[in-house]
Design a protein around this ligand. Structure first.
Ligand code: ZN
Length: 68
């Protein structure tokens, strides 16, 4: 099983292929963000980019907002 680095800057855990974040960071997301990111439609890639942008800007997983 290939493991990837979790995209959260302060996180040293790994995520699996098909996961956006490691389990700890995923669990830390607000339920609304988790629900939005779980939808697999034409906007899924855009939602992932919003997630990565917020994480890169220093937003903690608990404060991520996905409004797509
Ligand atoms: Zn993580």
């Amino acid at each position: 099983m290939t493991a990837f680095t979790c995209p959260t800057p302060d996180c040293t855990s790994t995520r699996k292929a098909g996961q956006y974040l490691c389990w700890d960071c995923w669990d830390a997301l607000p339920a609304t963000a988790r629900r939005a990111l779980s939808i697999r439609d034409d906007l899924a890639t855009a939602r992932l980019q919003v997630l990565h942008r917020q994480l890169a800007a220093g937003t903690s997983p608990a404060e991520i907002e996905i409004r797509l």
